[in-house]
Design a protein around this ligand. Structure first.
Ligand SMILES: O=c1ccn([C@H]2C[C@H](O)[C@@H](COP(=O)(O)OP(=O)(O)OP(=O)(O)O)O2)c(=O)[nH]1
Ligand SMILES: [Mg+2]
Length: 165
């Protein structure tokens, strides 16, 4: 059993030994930075799947989520299409990041070794989904998507008819 103050150990296979392991920039950070293993230029609106040079063996009961970095998002419009990406505990392949350039005017040039994403390791529960005829009542009920005020989503006529009443 791990002591509460002991860090969780995660085995990392360096597929590209010249690249760093995922690393936290500061004590207390939730995200460990991941780098691109390749040089890549993303045209405005373009998406590219980039390798990171690392593969993990997460312990059972843990997931790693691939998040964008806010600085690159704010400065250049760089994000991740499927944010956050889900790295399953059983996945042994190379972690790849599906980068996207949201800037409508400028290309983004990335170089091998640039920190392009961050990995957040979390515990998760494996659920047993049980079909029922009725759900227990709650305060919120079926209200969502702006039901407490502010803006709701644009809806298609079909989703308005089919959505929860
Ligand atoms: O940003 C990501 C997301 C996923 N993966 C890897 C690890 C993950 O365990 C696997 C499958 O991801 P996911 O379940 O999100 O994709 P899928 O489209 O459902 O593929 P699959 O049918 O393989 O589950 O792909 C990455 O390397 N990077
Ligand atoms: Mg899947």
């Amino acid at each position: 059993m791990r002591e509460p103050d002991q860090p969780l150990q995660i085995a990392v296979l360096r597929l590209d030994p010249d690249l760093p392991l995922p690393a936290y920039a500061h004590h207390g950070d939730a995200g460990a930075d991941l780098v691109t293993a390749v040089d890549v230029t993303l045209a405005p609106g373009e998406r590219v799947l980039v390798p990171t040079g690392v593969a993990l063996a997460l312990p059972e009961g843990y997931v790693a989520l691939v998040h964008p970095r806010s600085g690159l998002a704010a400065r250049h419009g760089l994000s991740i299409v499927n944010t956050p990406g889900t790295i399953d505990a059983g996945y042994r392949g190379e972690i790849k990041v599906l980068l996207i350039n949201h800037d409508v005017h400028e290309s983004i040039e990335l170089h091998r070794g640039d920190r392009v994403a961050q990995l957040v390791v979390q515990r998760y529960e494996r659920a047993h989904f049980v079909a029922v005829d009725e759900l227990p009542e709650s305060d919120r009920g079926a209200g969502g998507y702006g039901s407490t005020g502010g803006f709701g989503p644009r809806e298609t006529p079909a989703s308005r008819e089919e959505g929860p009443q």
